[in-house]
Design a protein around this ligand. Sequence first.
Ligand SMILES: *[C@@H]1O[C@H](CO)[C@@H](O)[C@H](O)[C@H]1NC(C)=O
Ligand SMILES: *[C@@H]1O[C@H](CO)[C@@H](O)[C@H](O)[C@H]1NC(C)=O
Ligand SMILES: *[C@@H]1O[C@H](CO)[C@@H](O)[C@H](O)[C@H]1NC(C)=O
Ligand SMILES: *[C@@H]1O[C@H](CO)[C@@H](O)[C@H](O)[C@H]1NC(C)=O
Ligand SMILES: *[C@@H]1O[C@H](CO)[C@@H](O)[C@H](O)[C@H]1NC(C)=O
Ligand SMILES: *[C@@H]1O[C@H](CO)[C@@H](O)[C@H](O)[C@H]1NC(C)=O
Length: 350
Amino acid sequence: MASVFFTLLLLYATGVSGVPQLEPLNVTVLRGSEARFNISLSEEWYSMSWMLKTVLVLTINSGTGVSEHNRRFAVTNYSSADIYCWEFIIRDVWRNDTGDVSCGVQEKPTQTAQLFVQESGTVRIVGGNMTVAQGHQAIFRCEASGWFPKPTVSWVVDGVVVDQNSYNSSSEALDGLYNSISLLTVRGVNSVQVKCLASVSALTTPLSSSFYLVVEPHDWTVLIAVVCSIGGFALLVLLILGIVFCCKRRKEAKSSYQKEMGRTGSQIQMSGGAVGQKQGKENPAYVIDGQTTGVTHSEFNDSGYIQTNYTKHFEIPDLVNGNQAANGHASAYNILGGTGVRKHRHVTIV
Ligand SMILES: *[C@@H]1O[C@H](CO)[C@@H](O)[C@H](O)[C@H]1NC(C)=O
Ligand SMILES: *[C@@H]1O[C@H](CO)[C@@H](O)[C@H](O)[C@H]1NC(C)=O
Ligand SMILES: *[C@@H]1O[C@H](CO)[C@@H](O)[C@H](O)[C@H]1NC(C)=O
Ligand SMILES: *[C@@H]1O[C@H](CO)[C@@H](O)[C@H](O)[C@H]1NC(C)=O
Ligand SMILES: *[C@@H]1O[C@H](CO)[C@@H](O)[C@H](O)[C@H]1NC(C)=O
Ligand SMILES: *[C@@H]1O[C@H](CO)[C@@H](O)[C@H](O)[C@H]1NC(C)=O
């Protein structure tokens, strides 16, 4: 259905109306390349002329053939039984060819298309490979010269297209050609390839210039050295502080220990004195009120003394054995029992 429609449309455009069909209507090519246009018509014709801007460059006579006025212009016959079709070719197009391309078939309305000729210039990153210390920035300068129209300059860093807002481009026109400068700032993280691309629409593959950003890990070593030295210094300070603290504490502990030891020593001496006598010493002056004469043996058992007095004295080595202690108790009791006085004796068990 669609093909039928388009066939009818083509018939209307070419055969039915008799108006020649020129296509394409807009051709953009690079200087030095070829530009091609087709004219097709269904009606019988005898004379066809092609014009570039206002200059007649080629004529075709159905009887006598092609008469070119310049070797840059040529035609190819694509005619078939149904349709007359001629291709017009402009070779080695010039910048000043930009303009109208028209085809006139006898007295039929002239068909006009547009020809745009672009210029592909050069692109280069100025300065070549750049070396920066890690973390520092490198500014790449790309120069695109001799382009028409204004070239599109873009950057690719490490295979990734750089966002347009990340670089600045400026252009100036000189003798009808554009020179562009683009500046890209790259932070040195690791070594990457930096590519500058310049293009115009007629160029299928952009022209490019690439160099390397070489990142030296110089700053790292410095940083590591600084960190290490600071860390080392801090560690040293900590160590010294620790040692001083430890010494101080030990000294304090020693002094308190000595104090303690002094006390204990005297106690030991005291008890030692008691031990030296190898018998529990009586304290005849010690009187407990309310205590009656009936001091029984049970009050002087070992556990009673242990729990009530001189518990600390158990730390003292067993200079006196149990028998001696028992003897002490016994003698003390005997003394007590002998006198019959209400006295409470304190015996040191060691
Ligand atoms: C023809 O191409 C040029 C350049 O590519 C463009 O500026 C212009 O708008 C186009 N014209 C038409 C009618 O498509
Ligand atoms: C012109 O028409 C011929 C035949 O259909 C085709 O081969 C050629 O590519 C056309 N040229 C252009 C510029 O469209
Ligand atoms: C163009 O080609 C057609 C078909 O091949 C042929 O009939 C016709 O004579 C040719 N025209 C010229 C001027 O060569
Ligand atoms: C167009 O430019 C070419 C060279 O590029 C030159 O030879 C020619 O004279 C110029 N034509 C016009 C009309 O300026
Ligand atoms: C830039 O660096 C690359 C890779 O390191 C090297 O192959 C190339 O020769 C260098 N170019 C210049 C101009 O130094
Ligand atoms: C682009 O230029 C403007 C003004 O000169 C400046 O403020 C901005 O920082 C530049 N940007 C880059 C990515 O160089």
